[in-house]
Design a protein around this ligand. Structure first.
Ligand SMILES: *Cc1c(COP(=O)(O)O)cnc(C)c1O
Length: 490
């Protein structure tokens, strides 16, 4: 299968590219993104065939139907990384928490958040492509917390790739920082920036666009790539778990095969939700996809009013920081799918030049046929965590909690919901400790111990060990010195 471009094709790039090419240079003509030319239709036959399959068997067959230019043994090797999850026979448990509400837990991987679902196999795929082409890549990542640890974890000690990961010093949680600065591998460099996440992100964008930097890399025989969430190499692995979660409900006899469900997704850059949308288009029985946000509620406004409006908005810090995003990149792929490349180019160019676009009435109706949305603020989130769920025996993180508001406001209670849980309680412990006991902790360790006592839960060894592990990545620099520091590392 080939990949085409969301804003059409300029004269400088090919009409369509292979999967490998789309992975290696994810930005397309006019600043657009790559999308599959068509999606495989899986239909009922596929779902019935996999009713008793393991996660890996389902994933392998689904990826095969995409007919991507990746060898079968590489795909197998990539999927084997799900064996490292808590339960290798079922890396994504789906748990009933209420009469009509099921939670699909996407956080059982090595860094305890959902980024592992895609980045774990992606690391194997990217490294294999690089080896096959005899090329060496520098992967740049800027992180506010979850992507960095997951990217380092997947690329560590892999051939033909080096990673430079930028994080705002003081701008991540203790656990997230420790997950990065204790990573000890020759091909990884972690750099703390004296600044905020936007400084790290802007520095990264500048480097990606800099010809001087690319020339300096070329002299060292290194090419540049990025592992950000617009990379289709990540998206493709995010279709699988939606199908798996549906089949889990059938296996648990919660639904009959063919019965429609809501998929409720805590959203930031819209990768998770896009995976849900593609799964639906490929034949999964879905009633609607519900987009949950925090106070940074641009997506709620888009889906309710058709307006994507950033004119007076700035990002606010919330208790669900992985969703503190205003430019939600993967929405572009939905626009393309619903309205075509010409309209997508027009809308995205409006967003870039005027910080605003507006869908017409027909377009809004089309969007609303697939999506509904609501947002949840931090105080409401804490109530869901404590009163609604913890008091009834289920502990969830603040990102997952944003789904509980939209579950109440957007869904017909007679239709079952799969909501996605994107982080373990260990990743955002101060917020959760505060919700459970009212205490205000500034340190993760204190909060972890306190939740562990209160809820009688064991702190997983992977998290506990972080606090005694040697810190090996000690670089913290001014943002002006990033380029020099990276070249020194290479
Ligand atoms: C990245 C992330 C999200 C948002 O996912 P998108 O695919 O970017 O919409 C939600 N929760 C957590 C914990 C995350 O790390």
């Amino acid at each position: 299968m080939n990949f085409i471009q969301t804003r059409g094709c300029d004269k400088n790039s090919p009409q369509s590219v292979t999967f490998s090419q789309a992975i290696l240079s994810p930005i397309a003509s006019f600043g657009g993104l790559y999308v599959p030319e068509n999606l495989p239709n899986l239909g009922k036959e596929f779902l019935n065939k996999h009713i008793n399959s393991s996660y890996k068997e389902l994933a392998f067959d689904m990826l095969n139907r995409f007919e991507i230019d990746i060898e079968k043994n590489v795909i197998e090797k990539a999927l084997n990384l799900y064996d490292k999850f808590d339960d290798s026979s079922n890396p994504v448990p789906v748990v009933k928490v209420k009469e009509n509400l099921y939670i699909s837990e996407l956080y059982h991987g090595p860094t305890r958040a959902f980024k592992d679902m895609a980045l774990q196999p992606f690391g194997v795929v990217l490294s294999s492509i690089a080896q096959k082409r005899g090329e060496h890549y520098l992967i740049l990542a800027a992180t506010s917390g979850d992507t960095g640890p997951a990217a380092l974890e997947t690329f560590k000690n892999r051939a033909n790739v080096q990673v430079a990961c930028l994080y705002p010093d003081g701008g991540t949680s203790d656990v997230q920082r420790l997950q990065m600065v204790t990573e000890n591998a020759k091909n990884l460099k972690v750099i703390g920036i004296k600044g905020v996440f936007d400084d790290a992100q802007n520095a990264l964008k500048k480097l990606l666009a800099s010809t001087d930097f690319k020339t300096a890399l070329k002299e060292k025989n290194i090419l540049l790539s990025a592992a950000n969430s617009v990379n289709f190499g990540r998206i493709i692995f995010q279709i699988i778990y939606h199908i798996h979660s549906y089949l889990e409900l059938v296996r648990q006899k919660a639904i009959t095969m063919g019965e429609k469900v809501y998929l409720n997704v805590p959203s930031g850059n819209f990768g998770n939700a896009l995976g849900a949308y593609y799964a639906w288009k490929m034949g999964l029985p879905v009633e609607k996809i519900i987009i949950s946000s925090n106070e940074n509620n641009v997506l709620t406004k888009l889906i309710k009013t058709g307006k994507y409006d950033l004119r007076d908005s700035h990002v606010v810090s919330t208790t669900s920081p992985a969703m503190d995003i205003l430019k939600s990149s993967n929405v572009e792929r939905i626009l393309f799918d619903l309205f075509g490349y010409e309209r997508t180019k027009e809308l995205m160019e409006n967003l870039e030049s005027k910080n605003f676009y507006e869908l017409n009435a027909d377009e809004l109706t089309t969007l609303q046929n697939s999506f509904d949305a609501d947002f949840c603020n931090g105080d409401e989130g804490k109530k869901y965590i404590k009163d609604t769920f913890y008091d009834n025996g289920y502990l969830m993180d603040p990102h997952t909690a944003t789904c509980m508001k939209s579950y109440e406001t957007c869904s017909n209670p007679n239709i079952k919901t799969i909501a996605y849980s994107t982080a373990e309680w260990t990743k955002f412990s101060p917020v959760i400790a505060n919700a459970l006991t009212g205490e205000i902790d500034t340190e993760d360790l204190k909060a972890l111990v306190s939740i562990s006592k209160e809820a009688n839960l064991k702190i997983p060894d992977i998290i506990k060990e972080l606090f005694t592990k040697e810190i090996v990545q000690k670089t913290v620099i001014e943002k002006e010195d990033i380029e020099k520091e990276i070249l020194k590392f290479l």
